[in-house]
Write a new protein. Structure first.
Length: 123
């Protein structure tokens, strides 16, 4: 189907960027694995994109404009574009998803964008 693109991501890779793999046009989504005590080698900010981080496993620290935040499984962060940020894995490493999207671009979401079909799924 040309309206659906399915891939199988390598969840052991250091970083998988889905905007190219899935031809995403509205967001950048990445799955990231940092080994124990490893940090992203640069602090960065964005011009337009806010970021959402969700920690799936492990622990770490999140640096944001000079402040440090403890991360653990289930930690979720929203980071505004201008915030200078970096992440470091803890002693057990860290795996997380990062989603970038243009700040204030969400005009509709699940309840307002969904169109419920009369069709029933047969599994």
């Amino acid at each position: 189907m040309e309206n659906i693109k399915l891939i199988n991501a390598d969840l052991n890779a250091a970083r998988t960027e889905f905007h190219e793999l899935l031809s995403l046009s509205g967001a950048e989504i990445s799955y990231n694995n940092l080994p124990k005590d490893v940090e992203i080698p640069f602090v960065h900010s964005h011009k337009e994109n806010e970021e959402f981080y969700l920690v799936l496993k492990g622990t770490g620290k999140f640096y944001a404009d000079g402040q440090l935040f403890d991360l653990k499984e289930g930690s979720a962060l929203k980071v505004k574009p201008a915030v200078k940020r970096c992440i470091k894995a803890g002693s057990d490493g860290i795996s997380y998803i990062c989603i970038q999207a243009k700040e204030n671009s969400l005009s509709q979401f699940t309840l307002t964008d969904a169109v419920i079909a009369e069709e029933k799924a047969v599994f």
